[in-house]
Design a protein around this ligand. Structure first.
Ligand code: AMP
Length: 456
């Protein structure tokens, strides 16, 4: 399958030329499977991980069809609609369409919330061949009469599982009900999470089904590891790692995930103070700031980007060599999405996950290993490795009581009951710390306090 060449696919010359310019030679497995089916006009339900080349899998046949039909969109009309969960993904998908369609004369636009709607309504006014949109803003514009979906020929739901998880199902249904029933419909989802199948049932007409990777498995090329570390040592461990062998290839970019926007901000400040150029991408930043952060990250000007899950969705940056889960994700499936930011399109990559003593980490870590059906190897060769935490996670052995410290004694459950709310994010006072660790932290500089009070 991977031996197919793009030249073997019935795609028109201007598209072939654009692919050559991108130095794409072989279609990825999902492209080899999906492109012929989509050119025939079939509906598709595709379960494919991020980084598999799924965007081109739907973009190329769509561009081909539009260009060969030669029809023009009508005023305020949209001929092909791609719905995505986030602004970042909208930008990325639109960029892909523009790249693959650069030798075609097509009207392509994107709309998303958080920015002025005027330029978007202007683009819609003359009609669009391709519109990439997030659901909320699109619905607003439809209600105001700026967008007419009655002529939609092809509808794509990209990262459908994500849209459902973000609670967009009602918007989605409302939008879809304005499109013609005889459209072509494609649904892409990284996982077949609950609800995706049900959504597909109602929307797709006798779809072809493609599954590129079994549900929940992580990209094989990612070298995953876990580091068992006390909560309060995480900042110092992060600095050590970034200064050490794990980040020695300076041309590689590093993406760090935190649970809250506040932590993202604090970590970036912490790293910058230590001479590691970093920036953030999270929901509190304006669209312009996010795009600027992403641009500078891509260029390597700020080789470390600290992100929250929602904002990181859709980040498609080549050359991310390392993903660090500073906090484990609350939802195991996000682990797959996070680490999928490295090893894009067949490159190799590495992920390091910090796993601490808090009760939430116990269930999160268990959930991740269960989902990916793998035991993530442990890295013990660092100054902050904590055997007791490893035993807690691996063997369920409760943490021993340490004099002068509030550590769980009677098992995780009882410890959690005693723990004040939000305890996991609060670094302990220096007073209670063991001498060695305190010294290490001091050396590493530990300027931030009170992690995790922000919202994800
Ligand atoms: P996606 O899964 O659509 O987010 O794509 C992941 C990355 O793979 C993007 O950076 C694409 O530009 C790249 N890509 C997609 N298809 C190919 C291909 N056939 N050959 C090389 N790179 C590709």
């Amino acid at each position: 399958m991977s031996k197919t060449h793009f030249k073997d696919l019935p795609l028109i010359e201007p598209i072939q030329r654009a692919l050559e310019e991108q130095e794409y030679t072989e279609p990825s497995p999902i492209q080899a499977l999906a492109i012929p089916l989509l050119l025939e006009g079939r509906d598709l339900l595709a379960c494919a991980q991020t980084g598999t080349g799924k965007t081109a899998a739907f973009a190329l046949p769509m561009l081909n069809r539009i260009a060969t039909q030669g029809r023009k969109p009508f005023r305020r009309g949209v001929r092909n609609l791609i719905l995505v969960p986030t602004r970042e993904l909208a930008v990325q998908v639109t960029e892909s369409f523009r790249t693959y369609g650069k030798h075609l004369d097509l009207k392509i636009a994107m709309i998303y919330g958080g920015v002025s709607q005027t330029p978007q309504t202007k683009e819609l006014y003359f009609g669009l061949d391709i519109l990439v949109a997030t659901t909320g803003r699109l619905l607003d514009l439809m209600k105001q009469g700026h967008a007419n979906l009655s002529g939609v020929e092809c509808l794509v739901l990209d990262e459908a599982d994500r849209m459902l998880a973000m609670g967009f199902i009602d918007d989605l249904r409302e939008i879809v009900s304005d499109t013609p029933k005889e459209r072509q419909t494609l649904l892409f989802s990284a996982t077949m999470a609950k609800g995706v199948g049900k959504l597909a049932e109602g929307l797709l007409n006798d779809p072809e089904r493609i599954r590129i990777d079994p549900e929940g498995t992580t990209a094989e090329k990612i070298d995953q590891s876990v580091l068992f570390v006390r909560l309060r040592d995480k900042p110092a461990l992060l600095l050590d790692l970034l200064h050490s062998q794990y980040f020695e290839k300076k041309e590689e970019l590093c993406l760090i995930f935190t649970r809250t926007k506040r932590d993202a901000r604090l970590i970036a400040t912490h790293l910058n103070r230590d001479g590691i150029r970093s920036d953030t991408i999270h929901g509190d930043r304006t669209q312009a700031a996010r795009e600027d952060a992403l641009r500078r990250f891509k260029l390597g000007e700020t080789p470390v980007l600290v992100a929250t899950d929602v904002a990181a969705r859709g980040i498609d940056v080549k050359n991310i060599g390392l993903v660090i889960n500073y906090d484990l994700p609350m939802d195991s499936e996000n682990y797959v999405h996070r680490i999928g930011r490295t090893a894009r399109a067949g490159e190799s990559g590495r992920s390091l996950s910090f796993c601490s003593e808090i009760e939430q980490d116990v269930s999160r870590f268990k959930g991740i290993e269960r989902l990916i059906k793998q035991t993530i190897p442990t890295i013990r060769e660092h100054d902050f490795h904590d055997e007791a935490i490893e035993a807690l996670h691996r063997e369920g052995i409760a943490l021993p009581e340490v004099p002068g410290e509030r550590r769980p004694a009677r098992g995780v459950r009882s410890a959690a009951k005693r723990a004040p709310k939000g305890r996991e994010e609060k670094p302990k006072s220096k007073k209670g710390a063991e001498g060695g660790r305190a010294a290490k932290q001091k050396r590493a500089g530990r300027p931030f306090r009170g992690f995790g009070r922000g919202r994800p």
